[in-house]
Design a protein. Structure first.
Ligand SMILES: NC(=O)c1ccc[n+]([C@@H]2O[C@H](COP(=O)([O-])OP(=O)(O)OC[C@H]3O[C@@H](n4cnc5c(N)ncnc54)[C@H](O)[C@@H]3O)[C@@H](O)[C@H]2O)c1
Length: 452
């Protein structure tokens, strides 16, 4: 099949590369000419494990190419996917759909009469209807179909998620579009990934419901962690205790500094706003948004307390800046609020992240960056683990102890067993764990609670 992907960002580039790997011919279109120039020179503009090899292999096979010029790509496409951004609109939190509608107005005049538009961007319910209205306005004679095909991949594991999805949701009532989309995903269907055909509004709601539910699960365990801290319970054990219940499941029950990233913050907010527009109160999700917003600065207060009540003039070594490991994405990362709050308190922030430094430099000021954890910790008054990169899971604690001015480790991802850290002479502060862990059963890691 001939596939065109509009937008070559985290979703468009991964989806385009994976579709080409299935044997389809894919052209990725992005209006960012620098991005296209880089891709044409085999430079991948984002960090995503395995993506560079996948792109290179499929470019070499002649199935994947890149252009900034939609008019050279769109006319021959069977399906045009929209994978442009839908950020929060400044001021009111609604999804900003201007990129989506601009892209639609650009591609529709170029499309084949019987082409299919498939929206991968996360868009509020009703957006497909509006796209359809624009299509009928611009091409009243054509039978272009508009499908919702939300994307569920996770950055950091995006290729595997795309190739082995839990499900593929396709929203359309049009029999022809259904057949075309079935053909696009046939290689996955053969791998037994369920294709879930639903109506277009159902698909749109499904995406927001999935993200809001996951954000709720994270926020729920974070509040339970706060309770654990007050009563001497261990949130990792609680998470295991509830996660083994198949009705609950173990994933997304890892207490930490609050969710961030390019999706959950904007999608929870957009769900609340669009539901309100339809006269429906989303009180649970509203609470999730509020609790999560407050949590990030609360994590900075945890650091301040661990430093004896003040960070003024102190050097704080922050390990991990991206919103999660294995990505360079800094959008809405908890590190941003935590670092700003520490700076507000007078701290000097040293930081290291394996992949996020260049994006972080655009968003943070007055931070000194280091190329590894040890140089970052040298002379610091405390280490704060904000993102659980593999490289931070087995740090040499004796070496760190010798480098630090004061041996304080604030572990916002519960990576380390507290007793081990304390044995090395550290003051250890985790999330939702008792002050004296030996008093309460098993500790932390190896609990079978997968990090997401
Ligand atoms: N990032 C994720 O993990 C993820 C997962 C699932 C769904 N989504 C959704 O997918 C969508 C895209 O997210 P992303 O993270 O890939 O965004 P992104 O910002 O990384 O990429 C969007 C790209 O679209 C390009 N673009 C914008 N308008 C264009 C136009 N008219 N023509 C050509 N290119 C255009 C931009 O230049 C940019 O490169 C969003 O709606 C997001 O919510 C993202």
């Amino acid at each position: 099949m001939q596939i065109v992907m509009i937008g070559a960002g985290y979703v468009g580039l991964v989806s385009g590369a994976c579709f080409s790997d299935f044997g389809h011919n894919v052209i990725c279109v992005d209006k960012d000419e620098d991005r296209i120039a880089a891709l044409r020179q085999a430079r991948i503009p984002i960090f995503e494990p395995g993506l560079a090899d996948l792109v290179e292999r499929n470019v070499r096979a002649g199935r994947l190419s890149f252009t900034a010029d939609a008019s050279s790509a769109v006319p021959s496409a069977d399906v045009v996917f929209l994978a442009v951004g839908t950020p929060s609109r400044r001021g009111d939190g609604f999804a900003d759909l201007s990129f989506v509608y601009a892209a639609v107005r650009e591609i529709v005049p170029l499309m084949a009469d019987d082409g299919v538009i498939a929206t991968k961007s996360t868009v509020p319910v009703g957006t497909g209807d509006e796209i359809e209205r624009i299509v009928r306005e611009l091409r009243p004679e054509a039978s272009i179909a508009v499908v919702s095909n939300p994307e569920f991949l996770r950055e950091g594991a995006a290729i595997d998620d795309f190739k082995r999805p839990d499900r593929i949701v396709i929203g359309t009532d049009d029999a022809r579009a259904r057949a075309v989309m079935g053909e696009v995903y046939r290689p996955l269907y053969l791998n037994a990934a369920p294709l879930v055909f639903v109506s277009r509004p159902t698909a749109e709601v499904t995406k927001y419901a999935a993200n809001a539910f996951l954000a709720t699960k994270i926020t729920f365990i974070n509040e339970i962690a706060d309770l654990c801290e007050q009563v001497g319970a261990n949130v990792s054990d609680v998470a295991r205790g509830i996660g083994l219940d198949k009705r609950i499941g173990p994933k997304f029950l890892h207490a930490g500094p609050g969710y961030g990233g390019s999706c959950f913050p904007k999608d929870t907010l957009a769900l609340v706003k669009s539901a309100n527009d339809h006269g429906v109160a989303m009180r649970v999700v509203e609470a999730v948004v509020a609790v999560n917003d407050q949590r990030k600065r609360a994590m900075a207060r945890k650091v301040v307390t661990a430093c004896g009540g003040s960070v003024r003039g102190k050097r704080i070594a922050v390990l991990g800046l991206t919103f999660k490991p294995n990505t360079d994405d800094m959008r809405e990362a908890p590190s941003l609020s935590i670092i700003r709050a520490l700076q507000d308190g007078g701290a000097l922030v040293h930081a290291h992240d394996p992949e996020g430094e260049s994006q972080a430099r655009e968003l943070l000021s007055d931070v000194t960056y280091f190329s590894d954890a040890y140089s970052c910790a040298d002379g610091a008054d405390a280490i704060v683990i904000v993102t659980e990169w593999e490289a931070f899971r087995a740090l040499d604690l004796s070496r760190l102890r010798a480098l630090l001015r004061t041996p304080v480790l604030v572990d916002l991802r519960n990576v380390y067993p507290p007793d081990e850290v304390k044995r090395h002479g550290f003051t250890y502060v985790g999330v939702g764990r008792p002050a004296d862990p030996t008093a309460y059963g098993q500790i932390g890691e190896g609990m079978g609670i997968a990090a997401e």
